[in-house]
Design a binder for this molecule. Structure first.
Ligand code: ADP
Length: 198
């Protein structure tokens, strides 16, 4: 039997066999992982993930780009969320959705990555960003989600370790999202993700 050719850097895999809760029982059965060398703000997907900070009021890097291109509607919703639920800030590893404003996506899922520390292992918090973002995507009914390499910019996480955690966590998440894109801004980042995918 001849295998169907799979596009470059696209990997299909079966999800974990256990379905721990009702939400996960709706999953379609296969998740496709795609690598993109590009800008997260240009992804035409259901949800783009923002590497936000806990204030939800914007910042540099991905956060700055999303608010700049997405326009004031995103910040307005972030402010409302802050007032209603996150007065002390969104905790590290958690995720919450807003409109995507003028971006070519339906939602922005804001998640707060951990700042890299050589002293304590914060991997579980970084994994939580990917897991919680996918759980929010499932609640929204999003089928396509684009992630940046969370924490690997201003927050200083080494790209190779960040890539490993991103890929392992999405692979084992048990989600009904059908396609997850990792959008890497730099050529180096793309190459590191590509290596981590195999
Ligand atoms: P963090 O504060 O979580 O480290 P950053 O936004 O500083 O988040 O960076 C996360 C990663 O996203 C870095 O690897 C950075 O190079 C990359 N990045 C920055 N801008 C964009 C963009 N517009 N699209 C995709 N990736 C981006």
């Amino acid at each position: 039997i001849q295998a169907t050719p799979v596009p470059y850097a696209t990997v299909r895999f079966a999800p974990a066999p256990l379905l721990p809760d009702a939400r996960r029982s709706t999953m379609a059965g296969m998740v496709e992982l795609v690598l993109v060398h590009g800008d997260i703000t240009e992804q035409a997907v259901d949800a783009v993930v923002n590497a936000a900070n806990s204030s939800l009021l914007g910042g540099g890097g991905v956060d700055g780009a999303i608010h700049r291109k997405g326009g004031p509607a995103i910040l307005a919703e972030c402010r409302k969320l802050r007032a209603s639920h996150y007065g002390k800030g969104l905790r590290t590893g958690a995720a919450v959705a807003t409109t995507a404003g003028n971006l070519p996506a339906r939602w922005v899922i804001h998640t707060v990555g951990p700042v890299w520390s050589a002293r304590d292992d914060r991997s579980e918090l970084l994994a939580s960003c990917y897991r919680e973002s996918l759980a929010v995507a499932d609640e929204l009914g999003a089928q396509t989600v684009a992630f940046p390499a969370i924490s690997t910019g201003i927050f200083g996480w080494p790209m190779d370790d960040g890539a490993r955690i991103a890929i392992e966590t999405v692979r084992s998440a048990g989600t009904s999202v059908q396609r997850v894109s990792f959008v890497l801004f730099s050529h180096d980042g793309y190459a590191i993700f590509e290596k981590a995918l195999v």
